[in-house]
Structures are given as structure tokens and as C-alpha cells.
Design a protein around this ligand. Structure first.
Ligand SMILES: *Cc1c(COP(=O)(O)O)cnc(C)c1O
Length: 466
């Protein structure tokens, strides 16, 4: 069950979704793209990070200490999450500070946890949905359909009708068939033309599957929108996720302006620019600086004012990735010949690639294992080291393991080598931080192994009270 959330925030600075002067927030140091210099790394205060660690640790320990591992019922030792809603709050706040002119529409597919959705919606975020069920999830939590962008360029007919019935009136399109479908099932829907981007450097590429060329937008889709008398509202793009450089943002914003200009020339002025998702906390200083720079150049304040431009985005992982920590139980251990393998053993935990760590396969992630409990002692945050785990000189030994998930499939490998300061035995617990994005949203029940994990909530932000 999601907890009731009480959010305290400063409305004036926090819910300001209006278009602000892009020039004002452009850092003087930012140069033209050829020599574009990334902004500084953004860090949250060490105090907040320390409090988050502490609260997450306490919640992890409380949960596993409550289990009598010899006599517990089946399922009691299932893996589980601890979610720090304070981290979600800080991500949202960081977004507002770096890109106050861009209204985030949280990409629901990334993590459909109801507490996360409620918190983001309460803070003023809108939503990006891709299916009937995602739309229903948002409506079910009390948010209006008008706050949703249906950001799937290839939609099922019945879902389009459902969107119309639910007052979802903004969607993305990248091909002419989709325009005919909308004409038939939702003729009043606002349309964003999704253009392809140069996402070669991204880990999760999207433009191989979605997005039309600029020339197709100009010569095919805009004329067809006009012919069918559809409400073409703007342009959308997504530069892919896990990108290493953000020139793709600059190029996509530039391409968007080309489409805006053509639409205006055709007598259909546009007013929405959707810059998509793919943002990450680690690289946000640079990506947000590139967004500010690009908007300042191609959608400057005077232009934005004249055209009443609304800038939106579809961040998913940025909001939730570091807010969830997974705890998993060691269910088996197979010892290896240490000389041959240079490892202690292979260990098997009760969650894996078919469960909450599907992100290894689907999202190119590498969950990092840490010891939570070994032989009845807590090792959270690497603090405790057993005397028996020190060698004669007193230095800490390292113990290496290969970690498998619980299914019978050889693909279900979590880590080919993880090193700890302690040994690991059956009955121990491991934890994996930073598993909030594309994890619990895509589990399977393969091998009869459920996949659903309970979520315990904490909040390290005083503004978010549980
Ligand atoms: C998946 C997706 C997103 C979110 O991507 P993140 O990398 O999680 O930010 C946003 N928009 C669209 C259209 C998507 O498919």
C-alpha cells in the first residue's frame, strides 16, 4: 500500500511552470556548441545524502530483522524495496532549478509506484503515458486526463478512443497512418510531430524505432495535418537514454525550430516543444545546460512570448533511479575451486533478471551488490568487518562471488564478479542501490517466481512527510 503523503513546498518558486526568460538563466560561460562547455556537476547536499543512506539502512534492517529465518512462512524472505521519496523530491527540485521553463511530464512506464506518481503529481509534474492502463493508473490516482501526454507514436485504435473519453488531448505522431487513425477516433486531439534524433551515443536508442525525418515532417505530415484539419500543436523528440554527449539535444532543438517555422508559414503556428526524456542525475549538469543553451538559441524569450510556447519534457529515470534500493536474500551457494576460478563461490539470490533486475537485460544497467547482513550481523554501508574476515596482518580480505538469480535460466546472471569485505553464506542478505528505474515496472513471473516485491517508504526530505 502506498502511504498518504503530505508535501510542504514553496508554491512561488516551486510550481512556477510558466515560461521564464531563457536568456537570464543561460550561464555566461556557455559557448556555442562547437566548444560547448558542460555545466558543473550538480550535487545534493552531503547532509541530505547521509540522511537518505541512514533512513534507507534502518528500513532495510528493520524489515529483515523481523524475519525468523528458520521458521518464517514461504514468501517472508522475498526480496523487497526501500524507496526514499526524499530523493524523488530532490530530483524534481533539481529539475525546477536547472530548467524552470520546462514542465516535466513524468514517464510513467519507468516506475508506476503509486507513491512516486502521487508525489510528482502533487509537486506539479504532469505525466507521459503510453497505453490505456497507464492512463487509467494516472486517473485512478486522482489526476486529470488533461495532464497527460499520450507519448506513444504508434497507438492501438481502442486506446485512442479511450484517450478521447478520458480527456487526454495531446499525443505524439510520426507517420501518416497515425494521423488517419486520429482523424477517425480523436479528431480534436492535439498533435506533436515526433522527429528522429541523432542518438548514436545513447545506450538505449529510440530513434531506430520512432521518429520521422525532418523532411517527412515538413513535406508529408504537416500537409496531411492541414488536409485532415487536425490540431497540430508542436514537435516532440527523445534523444535516447544514457547518452554520453548532448549535441543530439542541440540538433533536435534546431530541427524542431525548422518544423515550427514551416508550420507557421503554412498558417498553423505551433506552441508546444516536447524535449523528451533520457536525463540522468549523473549527467544532468551538462544535459540541462545544453537544453538551456539550445532553447536560448532557437526558442529565445521573444519568440517564446510571441508564440506562447510551452516547453515540456518526459523524464523517467531522472526522477526515480536513485530513490529505490532492493534487498535480496541469498538462497544457495555453490563452492568453486578457488585456484581454478579465483572466486569463493557462486551464490544464488531470490531476485534476478526475470524479476526486479530485468533492467540488466532491458536497460543495460549493472546493479551493484553490497552486503546487508552476513551470519546475523549487519554490514550496511560497509561499516562492520568481522575479525575472522581479516587476515593475519589485520588487513581486510576481499571475497569474490558470481551472483545468479533464482530461475533455471543461464541468462539470469546478476554479476559475473562482485567483491565484498566479508564472506557470503546461505541466509545472508544483499542490497542493490539505485534500482528505481525500469525494475519493478517490468518483472515477469517466469519459473513461477512472482517478481512482485513489496516497497517500504521513507523520506529524507523534511518537505515530504509520510
Ligand atoms: C521511455 C521514454 C521516456 C523516458 O525515458 P527516460 O530515459 O526514463 O527518461 C520518455 N519519453 C518516451 C517517448 C519514452 O519512450
Amino acid at each position: 500500500m502506498a502511504p498518504a503523503i503530505d508535501v510542504i513546498h514553496d508554491e512561488a518558486t516551486f510550481l512556477n511552470n510558466s515560461v521564464v526568460n531563457t536568456h537570464e538563466i543561460i550561464d555566461d560561460k556557455i559557448k556555442p556548441i562547437a566548444g560547448f562547455e558542460p555545466g558543473e556537476d550538480l550535487e545534493v547536499s552531503p547532509g541530505a545524502t547521509a540522511l537518505s543512506k541512514k533512513l534507507v539502512g534502518e528500513a532495510l534492517v528493520e524489515q529483515i530483522e523481523g524475519i525468523d529465518h528458520e521458521l518464517c512462512d514461504a514468501g517472508d524472505e522475498d526480496s523487497f524495496f526501500v524507496a526514499d521519496l526524499g530523493e524523488v523530491y530532490r530530483s524534481f527540485k533539481m529539475w525546477k532549478q536547472q530548467m524552470p521553463q520546462v514542465l516535466p511530464h513524468y514517464a510513467v512506464k519507468c516506475n508506476t509506484d503509486p507513491a512516486v506518481i502521487k508525489l510528482l503529481g502533487t509537486l506539479g509534474a504532469n505525466f507521459d503515458c503510453a497505453s490505456k492502463k497507464e492512463i487509467d493508473t494516472i486517473l485512478g490516482l486522482g489526476f486529470d486526463g488533461s495532464r497527460i501526454v499520450y507519448a506513444n507514436p504508434c497507438k492501438t485504435n481502442s486506446f485512442i478512443r479511450h484517450a478521447r473519453e478520458c480527456d487526454v488531448n495531446l499525443t505524439t505522431v510520426d507517420n501518416s497512418q497515425e494521423l488517419y487513425k486520429l482523424k477517425k477516433h480523436h479528431p480534436e486531439c492535439g498533435i506533436l510531430i515526433r522527429i528522429a534524433t541523432d542518438d548514436e551515443s545513447a545506450q538505449c536508442r529510440l530513434s531506430t524505432k520512432f521518429g520521422c525525418s525532418v523532411s517527412s515532417a515538413l513535406n508529408e505530415l504537416l500537409p496531411l495535418c492541414q488536409e485532415l484539419d487536425l490540431k497540430v500543436k508542436g514537435v516532440a523528440f527523445h534523444v535516447g537514454s544514457g547518452a554520453k554527449d548532448f549535441d543530439s539535444i542541440y540538433k533536435a532543438v534546431k530541427d524542431s525550430r525548422t518544423v515550427f517555422d514551416k508550420a507557421e508559414e503554412m498558417g498553423m503556428p505551433m506552441s508546444v516543444l516536447d524535449i523528451g526524456g533520457g536525463f540522468e542525475r549523473e549527467t544532468f549538469g551538462e544535459s540541462s545546460a545544453m537544453v538551456r543553451y539550445s532553447l536560448g538559441k532557437y526558442f529565445p524569450q521573444t519568440y517564446a512570448d510571441q508564440h506562447g510556447i510551452l516547453f515540456i519534457a518526459e523524464p523517467g529515470r531522472f526522477m526515480v533511479a536513485n530513490a529505490f534500493t532492493l534487498a535480496s536474500h541469498v538462497i544457495a551457494r555453490r563452492d568453486l575451486g578457488k585456484e581454478q576460478y579465483d572466486m569463493e563461490a557462486m551464490i544464488y539470490v531470490n531476485d534476478g533478471v526475470y524479476g526486479n533486475m530485468n533492467c540488466i537485460l532491458f536497460d543495460h544497467q549493472h546493479p551493484v551488490a553490497h552486503v546487508l547482513r552476513h551470519d546475523g550481523k549487519i554490514y550496511y554501508d560497509g561499516e562492520t568487518v568481522d575479525d575472522e574476515d581479516k587476515d593475519i596482518q589485520g588487513t581486510v580480505r576481499r571475497f569474490a562471488f558470481l551472483i545468479w538469480g533464482p530461475t533455471c535460466d543461464g541468462l539470469d546472471c546478476i554479476s559475473t564478479r562482485s567483491e565484498f569485505a566479508t564472506n557470503i553464506n546461505v541466509g545472508d542478505w544483499l542490497y542493490f542501490p539505485n534500482l528505481g528505474a525500469y525494475t519493478l515496472a517490468a518483472t515477469t513471473s517466469f519459473n513461477g517466481l512472482g517478481g512482485l516485491a513489496n516497497v517500504k517508504y521513507v523520506s529524507s526530505a523534511p518537505e515530504v512527510r509520510l
